[in-house]
Design a protein around this ligand. Structure first.
Ligand SMILES: CC(C)(COP(=O)(O)OP(=O)(O)OC[C@H]1O[C@@H](n2cnc3c(N)ncnc32)[C@H](O)[C@@H]1OP(=O)(O)O)[C@@H](O)C(=O)NCCC(=O)NCCS
Length: 325
């Protein structure tokens, strides 16, 4: 009996040119490089240029992933863009990406799970592949998240950045005696009772404006480590692997202390944890594929490695996905 599995064909990313350092931020809001680095582990973040939209970031990351995979847009059947900051209320940023890539076939949609968006999108792509709805899926996490910030609110504006990352998943048939590879298991969770612990106070149906980010930071922190580790264990249990089998842990990049806390609770050596929050800040749905791209490009993540992706964000939503690279 053959098994269809979603394997990773390529990854890519894009960061806007403009870098905003903590010291620069401290000139406009009452904060300091020392406070931000100590509490969150962020040194700098990238900011999209005026007129540069989420779909532009997404297209740049998509092109990099296509190059990495040796594919063209003709080879893609489905585009999923995980984003909280689409160019327009509608159409989906994914259809704009489809247009900008010159793709006239297949289908495209956006997925909204805030910072968990990329893990949700990878899992959704995997289901579409296994159900025969698509063979090659371009999964993108792209955000111009800084456009949701109130730049006078020091409790939120220091935490976020802009960027995009992409991954191409392809359905392959494994022969009976072939070892498992690609996406091995995933687990997704949400709990809407926490919606107002991290949310944006606007939207088309409520205020007719985009709104600004509000967060009960210590409350989010309190939930984060437990929820992250629970979903990682659930994913491992489904796959039959243990923490000791993992080669790489690629968590959502929101806060170095949350990443360290989750790594320590799982019993993972720090050298197996991919951390880019220092240079990217929290780029919401883009954070996991951006971190992945860095670790693939610098040669850490190699074919055959066992890689755990994890994210948690507004909603709350959280999830994990285990991949044999
Ligand atoms: C946001 C976060 C860094 C705040 O750190 P914290 O240690 O919990 O700090 P608190 O919110 O309790 O604030 C402590 C003090 O620092 C101050 N402070 C907050 N932001 C500050 C900043 N940017 N610069 C300087 N001081 C700041 C507060 O006003 C408070 O001052 P006070 O004691 O005089 O009232 C932390 O709660 C966090 O990381 N939470 C999770 C956030 C997250 O990951 N969100 C995304 C999930 S997808």
């Amino acid at each position: 009996m053959t098994r269809i599995r979603s394997i990773v064909r390529g990854v890519g990313s894009y960061l806007p040119q403009r870098v905003l350092t903590n010291d620069e931020l401290a000139k406009t809001v009452d904060t300091s490089d020392e406070w931000i680095q100590q509490r969150v582990g962020i040194k700098e973040r990238h900011i999209a240029a005026e007129g540069e939209f989420t779909s532009d970031l997404a297209v740049a990351a998509a092109r990099a992933a296509l190059d990495n995979a040796g594919l063209t847009p003709d080879d893609i059947d489905l585009i999923i863009v995980a984003t909280t900051t689409p160019d327009y209320t509608f159409p989906a940023a994914a259809t704009l990406v489809q247009m900008k890539l010159g793709m006239r076939h297949g289908f495209a949609f956006d997925l909204q799970a805030v910072c968990s968006g990329f893990v949700y999108a990878v899992t959704t792509a995997d289901s579409h592949i296994k159900n025969g709805l698509a063979r090659r899926v371009l999964v993108i996490g792209a955000e111009t998240f800084t456009r949701l910030l109130d730049w006078t609110d020091r409790t939120t504006c220091v935490l976020f950045g802009d960027g995009a990352g992409a991954m191409i998943l392809e359905g392959v048939e494994l022969a009976e005696d072939e070892p498992e590879r690609g996406i091995l298991a995933s687990a997704l969770r949400s709990d809407g009772q926490h919606w107002d612990k991290l949310y944006v106070d606007g939207g088309p149906s409520s205020t007719g404006t985009a709104g600004h980010v509000h967060m009960q930071g210590p409350e989010v922190f309190r939930h984060a480590v437990g929820k992250i580790t629970d979903v990682v264990y659930a994913t491992l249990e489904k796959s039959g692997y243990t923490v000791a089998d993992l080669d790489w842990f690629v968590p959502h990049q929101a806060n170095k202390r949350i990443i360290d806390g989750a790594g320590a609770k799982l019993g993972l050596p720090t050298e197996k944890v991919v951390t880019t929050v220092d240079i990217h800040a929290n780029t919401s749905a883009a954070s996991v594929p951006l971190a992945l791209s860095v670790a693939v490009a610098d040669g850490r993540i190699k074919p055959g490695d066992l890689v755990m992706l994890e994210a948690m964000g507004g909603g709350f939503t959280w999830g994990a996905s285990l991949i044999r690279w």
